[in-house]
Design a protein around this ligand. Sequence first.
Ligand code: 2DT
Length: 212
Amino acid sequence: DDVNTDSRGACIVLEGLDRSGKTSQSTRLVSYLEGLGHSAELWRFPDRTTNVGQMISSYLSNESQLDDHTVHLLFSANRWEKRSSMEKKLKAGTSLIIDRYSFSEVAFSSAKGLDFDWCKAPEIGLLAPDLVLYLDIPPEKAAERGGYGTERYEKLEFQRKVADCYKVLRDPSWKVIVAQLPIEEISKQVQEVSLECLKQCRKGKQLSLLWS
Ligand code: 2DT
């Protein structure tokens, strides 16, 4: 059936260190867009509900061990298995607010020492987000926020390396938001830039692919 590409939804990704506030802001953004009458869904990667996602989940919770390259490819496969439904949703007019995407992948895996370009390669051809919102917080401040959980990557020393890798990855199109501002102020900034992004998508901005 015909899809009206003029009315597609926006693909908006939130990135940042653990405890930077991505999940709260994603949830708030979906409510905000819905409140304005837009169709919007909250997605997150890894999507732990699939078979691949369950392998990732048990790795993250230290229930299984995997080679760094192997788990990298699993994270990527976890996005590839959702790619066609992402495209369908967006083209049907639903905006997707996504808590972590390929940028987490490259930042976390290159923080482990894997080659930067090797890390990017399996993401080529996935849908590129229309907007990346980066919640910027110093690793020390993030660690102070109610502490980390018990998952594999939730350690200050490692988060410092991830922060450095995010810096390499960051490009001028990203909207960097100071994550230590009051939550309402962050929401305001997130809403403003997201609404503008959605407007561009509605006006006919084409979906593009990574890494463009
Ligand atoms: P949370 O579910 O708590 O956000 O933790 N990660 C994530 C990767 O290494 N590669 C990826 O592609 C993605 C999406 C970031 C998930 C952890 O997994 C890392 C933190």
